[in-house]
Design a protein around this ligand. Structure first.
Ligand code: SAM
Ligand code: SF4
Length: 431
């Protein structure tokens, strides 16, 4: 979502002639767009500002803005501690960025903009074309969260759940497709809680799938509690919907899920997976895990191990519990740090083993790959298959924006290498 927000910030600042630059030494304005989900985010801001200061020691000071969730959560502290910062702007206030920059140019004081103006923000953004011209692009449809998991800052930094209207989302999706996008990932902190005047995520998916030149649709991140039958059915009925579902579970233990206030049990979670596999056996899953949540015993952890072995996630994102100030879990007694690290290492080695086996099983298979760009070295093209695996092939003709059938020949941890299957691709068997 920060990538989406950063692109929209560039769309806004173009209006006052502040353009994106790759030349960091010459920038007149720095925007540090931050995430607050785990610790160290604030330290990173201070480090980055230290680097900017060094670059500009003998030059005119650039404008320095801190945007995003760190600004929301710790804006006042940042402004007090680091005088080099000109303004902090929360994630629901960045539509005001042009006024803020112009005020700073006029040498006004440091500013804290951390109101929750989500409606005003999207009203402003809707009046600007989305200029992102990537083959695969993001589109925020929903923001904020009402779930209040005990460990999470999102309800406090992004505010309450808000869903954009179907009309404005379709308009933006059409802009992205006109710019060349073939794939859109619908974004939300709780994307499947999307609800605009009774229209749900599944309704939106079917509406967007009517855009002819759009070939692939994804959505992230879903919450198990909101995974309703209509969304499950969409995976049967909408061909453009990709068969990889990111469904965070956090823990394999019901006791820990309850302590986290996740609002579902492991049995309910597994039933969603079962129902999805039943209607579409090609669906695969990825997930997020928090290891060493306060109160997690060895037995709870073993249940998490069992869960990943059962579901065989093709990607597992795991982190040790990070105590975030202002959340209810911040006050809880932490488990021993070295024990938490030990569990994380065990977890990640099991997850890795599952991933390696999965990737080995792809060798010799045919994958549908959407090509995104030419690589820097030679006539090679980079793309992604339906499961977001990175694939590189050699080709004399440009493949950018095309979906081809690719035979996977080899692979390493990050990338698969393949050859275009000309017969299948020419006969248009690619989706
Ligand atoms: N809304 C999604 C859900 O509930 O499934 C997840 C969104 S959250 C922004 C992304 C991930 O960050 C979570 O799934 C969780 O694993 C991780 N996360 C959030 N707070 C954390 C914390 N305090 N410590 C460690 N990981 C955390
Ligand atoms: Fe955070 Fe997701 Fe829980 Fe909301 S549902 S509080 S975003 S982890």
């Amino acid at each position: 979502m920060n990538e989406y927000d950063s692109n929209r910030i560039f769309d806004l600042t173009k209006k006052i002639d502040y353009l994106k630059t790759e030349n960091l030494d010459e920038a007149n304005c720095y925007v540090l767009n931050t995430c607050h989900i785990r610790e160290k985010a604030t330290d990173k801001v201070y480090h980055d500002i230290g680097r900017i200061k060094k670059k500009f020691r003998k030059k005119i000071k650039p404008i320095v803005l801190v945007t995003g969730c760190v600004a929301q959560a710790e804006g006042d502290i940042l402004l007090k501690k680091e005088k080099y910062i000109d303004a902090v702007i929360g994630p629901q206030s960045f539509h005001l960025i042009n006024k803020i920059i112009l005020d700073i140019e006029k040498k006004q004081k440091t500013i804290n903009f951390t109101e929750f103006d989500v409606i005003e923000k999207f009203d402003t953004l809707n009046s600007l074309k989305n200029s992102c011209n990537k083959i695969s692009s993001f589109l925020t449809i929903q923001e904020g969260c009402n779930k209040f998991c005990k460990f999470c800052v999102v309800p406090y930094t992004r505010g309450a759940e808000y869903s954009r209207s179907i009309k404005e989302i379709i308009e933006e999706a059409n802009q992205l497709v006109d710019n060349g996008s073939k794939e859109i990932t619908l974004l939300g902190q709780n994307v499947n809680a999307y609800n605009f005047e009774g229209k749900k995520l599944s309704d939106l998916i079917f509406e967007i799938s009517k855009i002819n030149d759009l070939k692939r649709i994804r959505y992230t991140t879903s919450h198990p509690k909101d995974f309703t039958q209509d969304l499950i059915d969409a995976h049967k009925d909408c061909e453009k919907l990709m068969p990889l579902i990111h469904l965070p579970v956090q823990s394999g233990s019901n006791k820990i899920l309850e302590a986290m206030n996740r609002k579902h049990t492991i049995e309910e979670y597994l039933r969603i997976i079962e129902r999805l596999n039943k209607i579409n056996s090609s669906i695969k899953f990825s997930s997020d895990f928090i290891i060493g949540y306060p109160g997690e015993t060895l037995e709870d952890f073993k249940q998490t191990e069992q869960l990943i072995k059962k579901v065989k996630y093709i990607n597992s994102y795991s982190f040790i519990f990070s105590a975030r100030p202002g959340t209810p879990a911040f006050e809880l007694e932490k488990i021993n740090k070295s024990e938490a690290i030990k569990r994380l290492i065990i977890f990640q080695s099991i997850a890795e083993e599952i991933k390696i086996k999965y990737r080995e099983s792809l060798i010799g298979n045919i994958s549908n790959v959407l090509f995104e760009n030419k690589t820097k070295d030679g006539n090679k093209y980079f793309g992604r298959d339906e499961y977001l695996n990175s694939v590189i092939v050699k080709s004399k003709e440009s493949l950018v924006g095309k979906i081809k059938k690719v035979k996977i020949i080899s692979g390493n941890h990050n990338t698969l290498y393949g050859e275009i299957d000309s017969f299948l691709s020419q006969n248009n068997y690619a989706a």
